[in-house]
Design a protein around this ligand. Structure first.
Ligand code: FA5
Length: 342
């Protein structure tokens, strides 16, 4: 029986060498390794053997069968243009398509604004999201008991300082980086600070608890309100078109004097009045003003020598207006039907 098996093996290996196409390989496989093939026929005879012989032959026959199956597999892989090596990667096969991500609408507009400002010589700066009460409020002229704190509902972190006060907050605005920037870089300085801010808001279509701002700060000799106005006009035209007009109305911010509300003509109706601008013709996008002398002094800058302007756009708001997005909460919704539109 063993001899017969050896004979079948060498016969089959001989024929395997001459195989020229996949179909003949299949036929050969059926003839020798198939359910009714030569080897199966031999296996059937096992029942006629004694226990010991059965055991020995079974072991031998299985090894031969596995060897033959392996030889077949190798030839088959070669026919299919591959290699018997298990690690082989066929680079010619079509790949699995990997879906590429893309920028969020907020990042798109942030990048565009950064390009505009860097082309004007501004630095792009960053600051911590978890900020000290000092930089978020006190350093920019909002002392502890000042009612101006109520303008921004704040997330205080439950961690006490040595005086028993909670002195860490989730920054409520990017103005928290103003004093940090001036302390580090001194004057003159030109910088923009995009970033995420947090407020304990009751949310609605225009108010989110987590949203983005885009701060700007310029301090130099002889900087005045006209420079500030010119800068805001430039951004408005860049974002919403050449015909965009700027309107500033007085608004109180403790860290600027005078302070203003920044508004642009509605880019949908061109100022005539429509649903988007609530028939006013104007869209409110941020706040700003001339940097308060106290903020310059606390940053180590002589307010008699230097002056400057600062502004803080609601970046999320700018993006909403740019794309006609009607609910600020969509940005954080994680809804792919929304983000995939950009
Ligand atoms: C500020 O945050 C000031 N730091 C801006 C500033 C900077 C003034 C520099 C002076 C100098 P205000 O709270 O108004 O200001 O917010 C600025 C803009 O952020 C708003 O005009 C609005 O566009 C946007 N904004 C405010 N609250 C929300 C909110 N909850 N959700 C979405 N956008 C908001």
């Amino acid at each position: 029986m063993k001899n017969k098996l050896e004979q079948i093996k060498s016969e089959m290996l001989g024929k395997l060498k001459d195989i020229k196409e996949l179909d003949s390989l299949r036929d050969l496989e059926i003839k020798y390794l198939g359910r009714k093939g030569e080897i199966a026929k031999l296996f059937k005879k096992i029942v006629e053997m004694g226990t010991e012989e059965k055991k020995e032959f079974g072991k031998f026959a299985n090894i031969v069968k596995q060897d033959l199956q392996k030889s077949f597999k190798e030839v088959e892989i070669k026919f299919k243009g591959g290699s018997a090596d298990e690690d082989f990667v066929d680079v010619g096969l079509p790949g699995n398509k990997i879906t590429r991500g893309h920028k969020s609408p907020i990042t798109i507009i942030q990048d565009e604004l950064e390009d505009v400002f860097t082309s004007l010589g501004f630095m792009v700066l960053d600051g911590p999201d978890l900020e000290s009460d000092y930089y978020n409020f006190e350093a920019i002229n909002i002392p502890k008991t000042h009612p101006a704190r109520d303008m921004q509902d704040t997330f205080y972190i439950d961690k006490k300082n040595k005086d028993g006060e909670n002195d860490l907050v989730l920054r409520t605005h990017t103005s928290s980086v103003q004093v940090r920037a001036m302390k580090e870089h001194g004057a003159p300085i030109k910088c923009v600070i995009p970033g995420c801010v947090f407020r304990c808001e009751s949310t609605d279509i225009r108010h989110e608890h987590t949203f983005y701002q885009f701060e700007g700060l310029m301090v130099d000799r002889d900087i005045n309100f006209t420079h500030f106005k010119g800068m805001l006009e430039l951004v408005g035209k860049f974002l919403y078109g050449e015909d965009t007009k700027l309107r500033m109305r007085p608004k109180f911010y403790p860290f600027v004097e005078p302070g203003v509300n920044i508004e642009y003509t509605c880019f949908i109706c061109g100022g005539k009045g429509c649903k988007l601008c609530k028939h006013t013709g104007w869209l409110e996008v941020g706040g700003g003003g001339i940097v308060h002398p106290k903020v310059l002094e606390i940053s180590g800058i002589d307010s008699n020598e230097y002056s400057g302007f600062a502004f803080g756009y609601g970046l999320s708001r700018l993006v909403m207006l740019k794309y006609g997005i009607d609910d600020v909460r969509l940005f954080n919704s994680g809804d792919l039907r929304f983000v995939e539109q950009f």
